[in-house]
Design a protein around this ligand. Sequence first.
Ligand SMILES: Cc1ncc(COP(=O)(O)O)c(C=O)c1O
Length: 392
Amino acid sequence: MNIQDSKSTPLPPFNLEVFLAEWEFKSPFHMAASDIETLPLNQLLEKASPQEQKLWQSLQLGYTETWGMPKLRETIAQTYKNISLNNILCFSGAEEGLFALFHVLLSPHDHVIVPTPNYQSSETIPLSICQCSGIPMEYSPSSGWSLNTQHIIDAIKPNTKLIALNSPHNPTGFIIPENQLLDIISVARKHNISILSDEVYRGVEQNPSHTTTQIADLYEQGFSLNVMSKAYGLPGLRIGWIASQNTKILQKLEQFKHYLSICNSAPSEILALIALNNRHSIIKDNQKLIKDNLSLLKTLLAEFPELIQWHTPLGGCIAFPLYNGPDTTEEFCQKLREHSGILLLPPSVYQSQLNTLQPQHFRIGFGRGASFKEGIKAMHKHFNAFYPEFKA
Ligand SMILES: Cc1ncc(COP(=O)(O)O)c(C=O)c1O
C-alpha cells in the first residue's frame, strides 16, 4: 500500500466573506464595498467597437481557452510596459489567482512574508501550506497608515520563498513608494525570493503621481495580480489575471487552473475586452466618482471631528479610519448596522493570525454611486442621533 501524507492544514472561514454573506444584501446602506459602481451591461455594450459588437453577437457559449481569450490577453498585456500575451494567464477573479499562485509556488518548508492587516487569503492560504511572518502596517494619528518596508527586508529567512505585497493596500489604501519597492526587489533578487504584488486597486490613486510600476514590469520573479473588479468596477465578470515574466510558473499555474475553474466564462471575456479597450474613459469616470464621494465623506466627518480620525488613503476606494467614540469600534459598527441599516466592516473582520493586536479601525468604502450618497445622509442622521456631543 502506498500512503501519502497531506501536509496542508484546512483553511479557516474567510472572515470578511462570512460577514458580507450575512449582511451585504440585507443592509439598506452598504458603505463597506471595495468595488466601484458597476456599469450596466447596456452601457458597457454601447462602448463596443463594431468588431467587438460582432464578437458579442456571435458569442458561443462553449468552453474557452484555459489561458484566456488571446485577444483579451493581448489587451491586458497593453496595460503593462514590457509584457506580451504570453506573460498573461487569466483567472476567475483575483481570488482564484491568489489560490493558484500560493499553491503552485509554496511547499511546507517555505516561509512567506505578508503585511498585516491584509486581504485574508493572502495570509490564510500561505499559512495553510507553510510558515508565515506578518509585518504590521503602522498607524500614526498625525499621518495615517504606512508600511516600513525595511521590516519586510529584515524578516527574510533562508527559507523565505515569497513576499506577498498589496499596493494600494486593502484595507488602508497605503501605496508602497516606487523607490522602496525597488529596494525590496533588489533584496528579493539577491535571495531568489518571488514577489506577489496584488495590484487590484491600481488605477484609482488619489494623486496619479502615486501610481507605481507593476511588478511584472520590474522583476523577473514578480507576479502582478489584477482583476476587472475594483478600478474597472466589473466584479461580476469574474475576470482576473496574473502577469509575469516567469513563463515556467505561468505554465504550472495554467495546469493548476485545470483543477479550479478550468476556463473563464465566454461572455465575461468579451465584456472584459470591451471594458479594457475603453479603460481610460472608465477609469477617468471612476476617479471622478471617488473624488466626489471622498468630498462628501470628508464634509460629514468634519462635522464630527473628534469622533473619527480620518486620513485620506493614497489609493483605492476603501479606507481604514480610527473610531474615537465612547464604545468600541466593534460596537460602533454594530450600532450603525442595527439602528440605521448602515454597513461598515468592523475590526474583527481584519483580525490577523499573525498579529495578536486587534485593530481598532473600521473599513469604509467610497466607490459606489447613488447608494453612497444615500448612505452618507443616513450616517449624518445616525451621528446626530447617537453622538451629538462630538459635533463641532
Ligand atoms: C486586495 C484584494 N485582492 C484580491 C481580491 C479578490 O478580488 P476578486 O473578488 O475580484 O476575486 C480582493 C477583493 O476584495 C482584494 O481586496
